[in-house]
Write a protein that binds this ligand. Structure first.
Ligand code: SF4
Ligand code: SF4
Length: 423
């Protein structure tokens, strides 16, 4: 991995114009799990024609450098050519990091593919996160696959062994916090921190419209407490945060700030920070549809129809209108990846990130509780975040509502784009 890959992105701290530097790629809509919290569930396995390597190469040729690529789906490793897919992006776009979420079901295939992929991307830090939503019974119940827990744990252990031989790789755990696992997180914590010892433990609050709606109404106070425990584990050294990743301390400080921002959003249902989706961040579907983010349903264009030229879509009126809408309506949500980019590229957030770093250096034994001791927050339950969407380009800007327990009615009678995955 190389820090020199980061420098070209620094001007974007001040200039938001230009092609995206954060790309979420839905590499396939095929999946071998049936997760009850998945909000992409009704788009899976519908016979979509994934972009081919040749098509991906043309798309990448139309772009400039990117900072972060996130592979998601579907199950990304069901694509046999994932290492070649990654190599194209590595060679053409020089990402600093590539993150991949996997459900970990097909151990041998995943580990063999991961090894080829990591070798194909020598100057990129590759973080592979195995999804684990609870201990055996809970995980398998949520995921709908017998022995899923056992297989995912085995995959994680093998990936961890692999990462020991590849400094540009980290193996982490990703958990979607939901109504079905929120009450066994103490046991889960012991297992993850003391037994698995991942390079990162990524905890996401359930979002979108899950297959089983009741799974999406989780207790924010419990989420906050688990976040605080994980942070304590990082502070005490019981958990690492991708030690080999460039600027991992800065990134981790920014992650703490992102957690605070997301909790504030969940509890207040109010805008916290400007969103750069549609400017710095883009989402590309397996068939080449381009979106500003995973939540807004308005498609900006299709790469096949645009001659594989992302700039053509990104600079068109539709994309410009979307950027204006997002800015003018102060759109907000709790999506972790976007919150992360929104803070990292907002100069106004830097004093706060600096304070987080200072605390880490001056108070190594600090207690970070993310406000867990605020009793009036106990028992706050929040439904998955959702948004209202405009019909671009001529619709009047509709303020986006993302309210706790009060999912707004879509004024246009349109379905929210259920794109994205908890993996
Ligand atoms: S829903 Fe709004 S705030 Fe959330 S990522 Fe999309 S544009 Fe940004
Ligand atoms: S959450 Fe991920 S692994 Fe689970 S069904 Fe959805 S796409 Fe598949």
């Amino acid at each position: 991995m190389s820090l020199s890959n980061l420098a070209p992105h620094l001007p974007r701290l001040f200039a938001k114009r230009g092609l995206p530097l954060h790309l979420t790629f839905f590499v396939t809509a095929r999946c071998n799990a049936k997760c009850k919290h998945c909000f992409y569930w009704d788009s899976l396995n519908k016979g979509q024609t994934d972009l081919t390597l040749e098509e991906i190469d043309k798309v990448a040729a139309s772009m400039k450098r990117v900072m972060w690529v996130a592979f998601t789906g579907g199950e990304p490793f069901l694509r046999k050519d994932l290492p070649e897919f990654a190599k194209i992006l590595h060679d053409r776009l020089h990402p600093v990091t590539l993150s991949i979420n996997t459900n970990g079901i097909k151990t041998d295939e995943i580990v063999a593919s991961a090894e080829r992929l990591v070798k194909n991307c020598p100057t990129t830090f590759v973080g592979i996160l195995c999804s684990l939503d609870g201990l055996q019974a809970t995980h398998d119940r949520i995921r709908g696959v017998p022995r899923n827990f056992e297989r995912t744990v085995e995959t994680f252990r093998e990936l961890k062994k692999l990462s020991a031989h590849h400094p540009n790789m980290g193996a982490g755990i990703s958990t979607t916090f939901c109504a079905w696992n929120q009450d066994e997180m103490d046991e889960m914590f012991e297992f993850v921190v003391k037994d698995l010892k991942p390079d990162n433990w990524d905890l996401s609050y359930v979002r979108g419209k899950p297959m089983v709606p009741a799974i999406g109404v989780a207790d924010v106070a419990k989420y906050r407490r688990l976040k605080a425990r994980i942070e304590q584990a990082f502070a005490s050294g019981a958990l690492n945060y991708y030690q080999n990743m460039p600027l991992s301390r800065v990134v981790h400080a920014k992650e703490r700030l992102a957690t605070k921002t997301i909790l504030e959003t969940l509890e207040t249902g109010k805008f916290q920070t400007p969103c750069y989706a549609g400017a710095l961040s883009a989402v590309i579907s397996e068939e080449g549809d381009v979106y500003a983010c995973e939540m807004l349903s308005e498609k900006l264009g299709n790469l096949r129809e645009a001659g594989y030229d992302l700039a053509k879509i990104w600079e068109a009126e539709r994309a410009r209108s979307m950027r204006t809408f997002i800015r003018d309506t102060k759109c907000f949500c709790t999506h972790e990846c976007n919150t992360s980019i929104n803070l990292l590229f907002n100069p106004a957030a830097y004093p706060k990130i600096g304070r987080e770093m200072l605390r880490e250096w001056t108070q190594p034994n600090r207690v970070e509780n993310f406000g867990s001791d605020r009793p009036h927050h106990d028992g706050v339950k929040v439904a998955p975040m959702t948004t209202q969407h405009p019909v671009l380009p001529n619709a009047p800007a509709t303020p986006v509502a993302a309210l706790a327990g009060a999912v707004p009615t879509d004024p246009n009678g349109r379905a929210e784009k259920e794109n994205g995955t908890g993996q």
